[in-house]
Design a protein around this ligand. Structure first.
Ligand SMILES: [Zn+2]
Length: 198
């Protein structure tokens, strides 16, 4: 991590409080020249200390909203974009949409529904949301159930008595079938049973 001196820290604190302070204003507050401020900022950006200049939202806006999912039908989907309360729009068919609306209360919800002019087909309050990161796509390797070798490409799938076997090649499939059949014949000799090969 970059070593930050007193001037760096003062700059960072000033910008954390107000990211819109100009270089002139920063120079004046800190009692240094504008080129000094500019070069310090460039250094902090280049070294990844300052990743961006952002805004502070009124905490009122960050308050937990009630999110409601609706299936709606509309001929004027562009109308939905006029409402900031509509936080998600997913199209099903040309006229059907699944949308999410974040509101504080029923009154607000009613206003959005009336204003956006869609027909509500279904309405469901979202009680809980779980943010999921997509799991890594791991390639599952199949082993041949007859010879035990790793299967390259598509396995040959063979279902026998509710068990599913993956085979690497037609030879292993043929051999497995023969072995199964021999076991079956052997069993049949011992205790006759109805055959249900599937
Ligand atoms: Zn095999």
């Amino acid at each position: 991590m970059t070593k930050l001196d007193d001037l760096d820290l003062k700059l960072i604190h000033l910008l954390l409080d107000n990211a819109r302070l100009s270089i002139s204003e920063l120079a004046e507050i800190l009692g240094v020249s504008r080129p000094t401020v500019r070069s310090r900022l460039e250094k902090l950006e280049k070294e990844g200390v300052i990743l961006g200049y952002t805004i502070k939202l009124n905490p009122e806006l960050l308050r937990a909203h009630n999110v409601v999912a609706l299936i709606v039908q509309t001929d004027k989907p562009e109308k939905m974009k006029e409402f900031n309360e509509i936080i998600e729009i997913n199209r099903f068919t040309s006229r059907k949409y699944l949308i999410k609306i974040a509101v504080e209360n029923m009154e607000e919800l009613r206003k959005v529904i009336e204003g956006a002019g869609f027909d509500v087909i279904e309405i469901m309050p979202i009680l809980e949301s779980v943010e999921r990161t997509s799991p890594p796509r791991v390639k599952i390797s199949f082993k041949c159930d007859y010879c035990g070798k790793e299967i390259v490409g598509e396995p040959i799938v063979y279902k026998y008595h509710n068990r599913v076997y993956s085979l690497c090649c037609p030879t292993c499939l043929r051999e497995l079938k023969r072995t199964r059949e021999n076991i079956e014949k052997f069993k049949l000799k011992e205790e006759p049973k109805g055959e249900d090969e599937s």
